[in-house]
Design a protein around this ligand. Structure first.
Ligand SMILES: Cc1cc2nc3c(=O)[nH]c(=O)nc-3n(C[C@H](O)[C@H](O)[C@H](O)COP(=O)(O)O)c2cc1C
Length: 229
């Protein structure tokens, strides 16, 4: 698969079949993803790939927490700034409309939104989950490295005919994830990622993107007088 096709066909898939993913495919993906760049090559990601019994156990435990409305674990990082400024606020609200509007869930219906969100903790039916941790000493540049690593994983998954959904939602059940994975205390769970073959019967809306001139500026032409002096 061409890189452009991998990039444009990747999307957050929220419905997977139970078709198993061969271990050698997963190994191929994480072996190639290890070539992702990082500042000073410190490779600050620490990843667990879960399938079979351990994943079933995690889904069971998470399902029990959802069913009993167990409060979320206290946060180890803030998912978003407390007040999102323009244009991020508008983009977030457009995403909410796209995602929940499709499911016929209104903005005010918090409970229905929660129900729609519960698919997160069943990995949207996926047979594989990846959990990505980062050392708690790391700063913004290393978190960015981890993002590059995760996108590399997601693009390689496309090359294997697989889809994915990155999920910060798992961070609110991080203690349940830790019960199953027993990660070292020094690690923070950044996110999970559901992985599998897409269930093409699940309807979705392709998330739009901001017009290019809102996010990219080409600086070109002749050198401005002020700089040339
Ligand atoms: C770090 C990260 C965390 C995310 N967490 C969640 C999540 O918890 N649940 C979910 O359904 N989607 C999650 N998403 C998916 C985003 O909503 C999605 O990438 C965005 O709306 C753009 O849509 P697209 O990926 O389909 O193009 C996450 C994406 C990223 C990059």
């Amino acid at each position: 698969m061409d890189v452009y096709e991998a990039v444009t066909s990747r999307r957050a898939v929220r419905g997977f079949t139970d078709r198993p993913v061969p271990r050698e495919v997963l190994e191929r993906v994480v072996s190639a993803a290890a070539w992702a760049p990082s500042g000073s090559n410190i490779q600050p990601w620490r990843v667990y790939v879960l399938t079979g019994g351990p994943l079933a156990e995690l889904k069971k435990r998470a399902g029990e927490r959802v069913a009993t409305a167990d409060p979320w674990d206290e946060r180890e990082y803030e998912m978003y700034p407390p007040t999102l400024k323009s244009p991020y606020r508008e983009r977030r609200s457009a995403y909410g409309k796209e995602r929940y509007g499709k499911l016929d869930v209104s903005r005010e219906d918090w409970e229905a939104r929660q129900r729609a969100a519960t698919g997160n903790w069943q990995c949207f039916g996926a047979p594989v989950a990846l959990f990505c941790y980062i050392d708690r000493d790391m700063g913004p540049p290393q978190w960015a490295d981890v993002g590059m690593y995760l996108q590399t994983v997601m693009l390689l998954l496309r090359a294997e005919g697989l889809h994915s959904c990155p999920q910060m939602a798992w961070s609110v059940y991080r203690k349940t994830v830790a019960e199953v994975l027993s990660p070292p205390d020094r690690l923070i769970l950044f996110c999970g990622m559901s992985i599998g073959y897409e269930d093409v019967t699940v309807d979705y809306v392709r998330a739009a993107r901001a017009p290019l001139d809102e996010t990219v500026t080409f600086v070109e032409g002749s050198i401005p007088q002020a700089l040339a002096a």
